[in-house]
Design a protein around this ligand. Structure first.
Ligand code: GLP
Length: 246
């Protein structure tokens, strides 16, 4: 796992967008796995700009999302379906038949997890997995303690994550449960890019990069991954090299 540190959020976002585009230029039919949250918004903005200026087409690519809240209809404003449509999928030339987001409103969530996992397999696995990181080190919705051998499944969100994400909901907490792609599937991605911005991510970044590989810090699993790059702004990198990671 290597870290690239950029002076600010814009530079970090532009570099991440270029890394995705470089991969798509090499392999237009690449399979991407994508995150939500505030962090990747700058990257999506740059990718949309590059698409509009004719630099890149996404028409042959396949897209999987990392996660979705359980119980939200796909048109719920806080759903990751809506987030992706508004910030990325609806603004590029993606083929709707090759866009996959877990269905949080499925009647049978367990069956939906199996279906989603099978679709990833049928696509040949993930070429590039783009990740954010939670303040507690989570990736996707794999909270601390998530088994490294886990697959797509229903998970219970931590209280801290529900509080941090509450702002998207007309409630004081985000939903209790979600569907997330598992740790093993993320690990099997041929390349992983983890984006982090801001001082509120500094401790999680330091724990992931400098601490022990442990299920208590999900992102630390990526230290064992052969091709992972962290894209950090200076704030997110501000705890590195201080020996504060446990
Ligand atoms: C959410 C998402 C994660 C995301 C994380 C960080 O809980 N499920 O995939 O990486 O939170 O979000 P943000 O970028 O808004 O800090």
């Amino acid at each position: 796992m290597r870290a690239r540190v950029f002076p600010d959020y814009e530079a970090m976002s532009a570099a991440a967008a270029h890394a995705v585009v470089d991969r798509l230029v090499e392999e237009p039919s690449a399979v991407l796995m994508l995150p939500t949250g505030t962090t990747p918004l700058g990257m999506y903005g740059r990718l949309v700009e590059m698409h509009r200026s004719g630099e890149i087409s996404f028409s042959e690519a396949t897209f999987f999302n990392l996660d979705e809240y359980l119980g939200l209809l796909p048109d719920h404003p806080a759903s990751y379906h809506v987030y992706m449509k508004e910030n990325f999928y609806g603004l590029i030339d993606a083929d709707p038949a090759r866009i996959f987001v877990p269905d949080g409103a499925a009647d049978d969530p367990e069956a939906e997890c199996e279906r989603y996992q099978a679709a990833i397999g049928e696509a040949g696995g993930i070429d590039v997995c783009v990740l954010g990181i939670g303040r507690n080190g989570h990736i996707g919705f794999n909270e601390p303690g998530a088994p490294f051998d886990s697959r797509t499944r229903v998970v219970r969100l931590s209280e801290s994550t529900r509080l941090v994400n509450a702002g998207d909901f007309e409630a004081d907490r985000a939903p209790e449960r979600a569907i997330t792609v598992g740790m093993a599937t993320i690990f099997e991605s041929r390349e992983a890019l983890l984006l982090a911005s801001g001082t509120n991510k500094a401790a999680a970044v330091a724990a992931a990069l400098e601490g022990d590989v442990s299920e208590s810090v999900p992102a630390s699993m990526l230290k064992k991954h052969p091709n992972t790059t962290l894209f950090l702004d200076e704030d997110a990198a501000s705890d590195l090299g201080r020996g504060v990671a446990s």
